[in-house]
Every structure is written in C-alpha cells, then in structure tokens.
Ligand binder design. Structure first.
Ligand code: SF4
Length: 435
C-alpha cells in the first residue's frame, strides 16, 4: 500500500466487509486434522467454497435455527461473520435463555466494552447454562458494574509507557503495537476494555500506524514487535500486509509477533490468502488467546493447524478466570488439546484488575495451585508460565510453587512435584578435586 494522501485519511478500525476472497484457493482440508481432539459423533461437513475451515454439526444447527436465510458459504465468510455478529439484546435473547441478571446488565449497558459475538462463537454458547465458561466470558452480568478502589481502567499503565499513540514501550528490546481497537468478539475481562470497541477511545488510522512505524525505525534497540489491539487479524488483508511489510523492512526488527483471538472466535478468517501473506513475513510468531477447552472445535483446530502448516510457531495465552477455567483438570484438558494442534501453552495470566473485574479474579494462590497441579503431572510443554502483569507497568512477573526449600552446607534442598525432598550437592562444586 502506498502512502498517499487518500490512504492516510482512511480509518482502519472498521474491517472492510466488502472485500472479496475470490482469489483464494480451492479447499484442501488436512485429513488427519480431527483425530481424537473432536469428539462429536457426527461427521464434519466441509464447505466447498474457498474457505478451508469446516462447519461442525452444532454450527450447522445454529445456522439453520438463527440465520435461516444464510448459506453455508456465507457462514464460512469472515466478513459475513463480522457483519452478522450478535450485538444487541434482541439478537442475543433469541439464542440464549438470559437470566434476569444478564438481561439487566445488557439493558444497563451504555458505554465501555460493547457486546459483540460472532455467530460462530455464539454457536458455542450454552442456551440454558449461565455458568458455562464461554457464556460467562462473553455475556455481561451486573457484577461488571461493581468496582473496587484497586481496579483501574488502565492498571498496567500502558498509556504512561506510550511514546507515540498506539505504541507501548515497556521492555528495552520490544514494543507492543496497538493496531486497531476492533475485535470480532469482546471478552468481558479484557485488559484493554478502556479502549477496544466502538465506544472506546482508541481509533487507529494509517497516519497513526506510520507514526508508530517511524518510532520503531528510529529506535534500534527494538528487535521484537508484538502486533496487538484489539485484534490485528480482523484487519483486511491489504492493511495486514501493509503493516507486516512495513515492519519487516526495518533491519533491526528480528521478530514480529501477532496477538489474536481470531482462530478461536472467527476461525473463518484463516483463509488461504491470509496464510500466504503471513508466510511471506516469517519469522512471524503468533500468540492465540484461549480460555477453555470448549473452544477446541474442529473449526479452531483447523485454523491452528493451517497456521502451523504455514510455518508460524504458535503459543497460547489464557487469563485465569474464577469459575471458568480455574481447575487443574480444565487447564490440563485445554493444554493437551492445544499441543495436539501444535499450540504451545505459553502464558497463564492472573486477571488484571480492570474496572468491574472482581467476579473474574481468582486468588494468586489459585494460580500457583494450577501450576503445582500441572508441573510434573504432564508434559513440560503443556505447562505455561503463570504471570502477574504488575499493576503500574512493572511488566510480567512469573510465579512458581515453592520448589526451592532452602540451602544447607551440603547443598540446596528441593521439593519435587510429589512433595518429596531432594538435595542437590551444590557445595561439592567448590570442593571437588581440581576445581
Ligand atoms: S480478544 Fe483480546 S483485545 Fe479483544 S476483547 Fe478479547 S481480550 Fe480484549
């Protein structure tokens, strides 16, 4: 994309719903994709359009029930998914038996994080169970309006660490590039709830991107750029490629990363055309936001597999959420499923103290218990780093169970995953003959 006056006036926060995917290749679904990850009893229908993401039986049923005029080709088109997202009380109450608390919370909503759920992701929500994990992470409740003095709109002080709009420069060698304020589905616990969504303050533009790119160009210690938002994969292909190519041209940037929830909430976005674009800009890493094993559908597994096949190393990031994923078995199921589709569990975040988040936040002890229940009990690759992003902008601080039990003259005392104590003879290093 050229830097013309016309282009500079374009606001990039609204995805282009009219752009065509007609150049995409015919479908080619990896045959080994589903294996034992997906336990649905029915065969998965693959749509004969350019989209290579299948349509699973629950989604087919949902399409018939709530979008009877739409075809499977439309369902498989990510622009259609965004255009037809669920964003009002009238829409959502047709699909879900709302509790009075949920209904009231949606009716009270006037500003802040909007309600928006793609039809695909809405198809995963339980109609009848208000405690279901995905439902709790997407449907507002009245607890959202309760705030405590410790909660802040920007607890991580991202706005204090922003040298130019849309860039957060916290660590010496890497920056966070906030590319858009748009997400196709809004998580109620979003750390950036102050800025994402149409009611948020953040509205990016090509001009703002260019300022950000100039800052990166002029700051040679930056070797790693994380594209985030909002969700960068909701940008049209042309804008995504503009960003990737502009950053890839900067000689001191070694690695580009993308933080996204799109493979989970809008897997139809993973088109052959987008994969071709991503492949061009390797080394490109991707952190995918997962919340619960219910998200490991054939659609999302296909999206992850296609991204991995395109050569992207994939990691997951998950926010620890009270009553949603704060059980060891839940996380273990999620992490085992992720490993099967080549997504390495990377971060487990303590929920940030944004406004109205107390109903989502667990104790720190709960987070440590999750790691205690995973480390040693499953593959090391399936154990993420449990971190607290320090309020005030201190960065991520890793937390571990107390495996180091002390030091004696004979060495250090360590506790293993079963609670047994062992001595590592550190002191002998100093006394070994010839040392
Ligand atoms: S996808 Fe990420 S940025 Fe978007 S609402 Fe969810 S947590 Fe926030």
């Amino acid at each position: 994309m050229k830097n013309t006056g016309h282009v500079m006036s374009v606001c990039v926060d609204d995805p282009d719903p009219l752009s065509s995917e007609s150049t995409d290749e015919p479908p080619s679904i990896p045959q080994s994709l589903f294996g034992d990850i997906f336990l649905a009893p029915h065969p998965v229908r693959r749509h004969p359009s350019a989209c290579r993401i299948p349509i699973s039986p629950p989604s087919q049923q949902f399409l018939r029930n709530f979008y009877p005029q739409a075809s499977e080709a439309e369902w498989s088109n990510w622009h259609w998914q965004i255009r037809n997202s669920v964003a009002s009380l009238d829409q959502i109450r047709r699909m879900i038996d709302l509790t009075s608390d949920e209904r009231m919370a949606i009716m009270c909503h006037s500003s802040g994080l909007p309600l928006r759920i793609t039809p695909y992701y809405a198809s995963l929500i339980s109609r009848s169970d208000p405690a279901q994990a995905i439902r709790r992470s997407m449907i507002p409740v009245m607890d959202e309006y309760l705030t405590s003095p410790d909660e802040k709109p920007d607890p991580l002080h991202e706005e204090h660490q922003s040298p130019v709009p849309g860039v957060v420069h916290r660590y010496p060698d890497r920056v966070l590039f906030l590319t858009t304020g748009f997400c196709s589905s809004y998580c109620r616990y979003c750390t950036r709830s102050r800025m994402v969504g149409c009611n948020g303050k953040f509205r990016s533009s090509i001009k703002q991107w260019q300022q950000a790119i100039s800052y990166i160009e002029q700051t040679p210690q930056i070797r790693d750029v994380l594209l985030s938002g909002g969700d960068p994969l909701t940008l049209p292909d042309s804008q995504l490629e503009y960003l990737l190519s502009s950053i890839r041209r900067i000689s001191h940037v070694e690695v580009i990363r993308i933080g996204t929830k799109v493979p989970v909430v809008l897997p139809q976005r993973i088109t052959p055309k987008m994969l071709r674009i991503l492949k061009k800009y390797n080394p490109l890493w991707m952190s995918i936001h997962f919340t619960h094993p219910d998200e490991l559908t054939p659609e999302t597994c296909a999206a992850c597999t296609q991204l991995a096949d395109a050569g992207l190393p994939l990691g997951s990031q998950t926010v620890l959420l009270k009553g949603i994923n704060d059980r060891v078995e839940t996380l273990k199921t999620l992490y085992h499923g992720l490993m099967k589709v080549r997504v390495r569990p990377y971060y487990l975040y303590q929920c940030d103290p944004i406004l109205g988040s107390s109903h989502f936040r667990t104790s720190v002890e709960t987070g440590i218990e999750m790691i205690e229940g995973l480390r040693g009990h499953t593959s090391g690759y399936a154990v993420p780093h449990y971190v607290i992003d320090a309020p005030g902008g201190g960065g991520k601080i890793p937390l571990l169970p107390d495996y180091f039990q002390g030091r004696t003259a004979e060495g250090v005392i360590l506790r293993n995953y079963e609670g047994a104590l062992f001595r590592y003879p550190e002191s002998s290093l100093h006394h070994a003959p010839g040392a």
